[in-house]
Design a protein around this ligand. Structure first.
Ligand code: ZN
Length: 171
């Protein structure tokens, strides 16, 4: 474990016995403010907090990789930093991680994010950023009903707009 000034982030290092480059494996760790109702054996035990984005899997995968690397550290040529990065969901976590200087000596960073729409067993790769960026916005929907009995129709109209926005967000 290394000193890491971010409140919820964790940084570790596996130093090989031989000289070589320094690379990093990065996992995002934060949860979303959602009540998990999946009833899966690995469901969140904290009401109102859920790893709906799969960050619990990312954390477990990087922990597993770190364990395997530590078991084979004599064969590693270089250093592997393990980064558990906070604030992916809120945005800015990567920037704050870089600002600590903890990765200044890193020549390459390998990150991953699950993508449930890919078939099981498929790994998608790309060079450069992927799935990077957080956008937040607020929309105020107003419905007008001439007659009180039409309020329900106006509400349904607003709700269907909201559903369309959610669908378009997934495309
Ligand atoms: Zn995510």
């Amino acid at each position: 474990m290394l000193d890491f000034p971010l409140k919820t982030g964790v940084l570790a290092e596996i130093r090989g016995k031989k000289e070589g480059p320094t690379v990093a494996l990065r996992a995002d760790i934060d949860a979303l403010p959602i009540l998990e109702e999946t009833h899966l054996p690995f469901a969140s035990k904290v009401p109102g907090k859920m790893h709906a984005c799969g960050h619990d899997f990312h954390t477990a995968a990087i922990l597993g990789a770190a364990r395997l690397l530590k078991e084979q550290e004599d064969a590693i040529e270089g250093t592997v930093k393990i980064v558990f990065q906070p604030s992916e969901e809120n945005g800015g976590g990567a920037e704050r991680t870089l600002e600590t200087g903890a990765l200044d000596d890193v020549q390459a960073i390998f990150g991953m994010h699950n993508k449930p729409d890919l078939p099981v067993g498929t790994i998608g790769i790309t060079d450069g950023p992927l799935m990077a960026g957080v956008d937040r916005f607020e929309i105020e929907l107003k419905a007008w009903a001439r007659m009180p009995r039409h309020r329900k129709r106006a509400l349904i109209h607003s709700s269907s707009r909201h559903m369309l926005l959610q669908l378009s967000k997934r495309l």
